[in-house]
Ligand binder design. Structure first.
Ligand SMILES: *[C@@H]1O[C@H](CO)[C@@H](O)[C@H](O)[C@H]1NC(C)=O
Length: 424
């Protein structure tokens, strides 16, 4: 390393992370480099010199030399994936690179790929849909109002511990992953306020690890008054390991309820878990212990009180954060399906993204060839309902779609023109 700090900082960070054990190493890469002269020239000349000589070689260097488990790209909003040659890079990454069998990627590969293509979807910063998604997703968030380090920041611009944990819990409940950004200062130090938040979050997740790391979403995501659920199965034999949620059966399902608003009257009311004669309700206590709570059945749900419990008996991280957690077992069978039905606007945007991409690749493609390709793509949609709705969208008025493509309209505008989405 004969530039910058004369040290290979990334290699040192990588060694530190891998040396800690149990932590994966991932890298962030910004495609866009804020008006680099070669990028500027590309925009004028309709060339890809910046991509060929700077961004793609840098990305390949990063992957080859540092072998990250996550390639998290960004800076996608000004150019298409076609400009960035993201398809070629991803093909290399998954077929030839040294991490081809282990790597995962996000979705920011060009301005038309967010929330549509990618190993997992990050959509926009702070994306937290509050509903189960049928594709793995991530809430990319920051502990402060900024992504970079700011010396001009107020105390109240840092997320409180309770807000950070509520963000984590609501994300995990809906099957997402939380990316929580902290910003080192100009000397690379993690300032004590960040450190304190991270240590406190660590205390909480370790004290409740069975409800977080080992969990999957449940058949209900949340309940009145800031309650979020996760779940586990006693036996997972015969279940798809990649299932989006755990079904609810009395014998097999364990439900965790995160109470993010400490109840002022000490009463917790849960409407979603339906008690049976066997149901038990336990509070996470100190040192991995539980306190069994009595409960009553109220409107078919569970009502329990924490009034009689000495504060010292609560998990310290609960007292610290104001969030307490219950473990609920042997509640009644329930077939609720939490996967939301995709709106026809979302389905339209998904399929019209393909239309735009095919048309960009080959603008001599005939209307009927394009329509055939899209109908075939509809057949690969994951949920059977989406397939039917997708095909009817493609069959609706395809000459209009084709004219829109020739006119250079994007997938959103095409769906607006079809009256499937409403223009904002
Ligand atoms: C473009 O589409 C046309 C008509 O559908 C087809 O004949 C042609 O082979 C395609 N060209 C390329 C390069 O794929």
């Amino acid at each position: 390393m004969d530039v910058g700090p004369n040290r290979d900082l990334l290699a040192e960070i990588r060694a530190g992370i891998l040396g800690a054990g149990g932590v994966r190493f991932g890298t962030y890469f910004s495609l866009f480099a804020w008006f680099h002269p070669l990028w500027n020239a590309d925009q004028k000349n309709n060339t890809q010199v910046y991509v060929d000589t700077i961004s793609t070689p840098q990305l390949k260097d990063l992957v080859t030399n540092y072998q990250p488990d996550i390639v998290w790209v960004d800076g996608d909003w000004l150019n298409s994936w076609k400009y960035w040659k993201s398809d070629e890079f991803i093909a290399w990454l998954y077929n030839e690179s040294p991490v081809k069998d282990t790597v995962v990627t996000n979705d920011r590969w060009g301005m038309d790929t967010n929330c549509i293509h990618g190993g997992y979807y990050t959509c926009h910063d702070g994306y937290n849909p509050g509903e189960l998604q049928s594709h793995k997703w991530e809430n990319a968030n920051s502990l402060t109002a900024f992504w970079g380090f700011s010396r001009n920041i107020n105390f109240n611009q840092y997320m409180s511990l309770r807000d950070a944990l509520t963000t984590l819990i609501s994300t995990v409940s809906a099957g997402g992953n939380l990316l929580l950004n902290i910003a080192p200062d100009h000397n690379g130090r993690v300032i004590p306020l960040y450190e304190e938040r991270l240590r406190d979050i660590g205390l909480f997740v370790n004290a409740h690890s069975e409800a977080i790391f080992a969990s999957k979403p449940w058949i209900y995501l949340n309940d009145q008054g800031g309650v979020w659920y996760t779940s586990q199965l006693r036996s997972t034999t015969g279940f798809d390991p990649y299932r989006f949620f755990n079904p609810q059966t009395q014998a097999n399902t364990i439900v965790y309820a995160f109470i993010t608003n400490w109840p002022s009257n000490n009463l917790i009311t849960l409407t979603s878990p339906k008690p049976t004669a066997q149901t038990t309700v336990k509070l996470f206590s100190t040192n991995g212990q539980f306190i069994q709570l009595n409960y009553t059945t109220v409107n078919g749900g569970i009502q329990t009180s924490i009034a009689g419990i000495n504060k010292k008996k609560f998990a310290p991280s609960s007292v610290n954060s104001g969030i307490l957690v219950l473990k609920i077992e042997y509640t009644a069978d329930d077939n609720n399906n939490p996967v939301p039905v995709q709106s026809s606007c979302q389905t339209c945007q998904l399929i019209m993204t393909n239309a735009v991409n095919y048309f960009v690749q080959n603008n001599a493609i005939t209307q009927s060839a394009l329509q055939t390709k899209l109908l075939s793509d509809c057949g690969t949609f994951a949920v059977s309902q989406d397939q039917t709705s997708c095909k009817s969208i493609v069959n609706k008025d395809f000459s209009k779609v084709y004219n829109d493509l020739k006119g250079g309209r994007n997938y959103g505008e095409i769906c607006d023109d079809l009256n499937i989405c409403t223009a904002a």
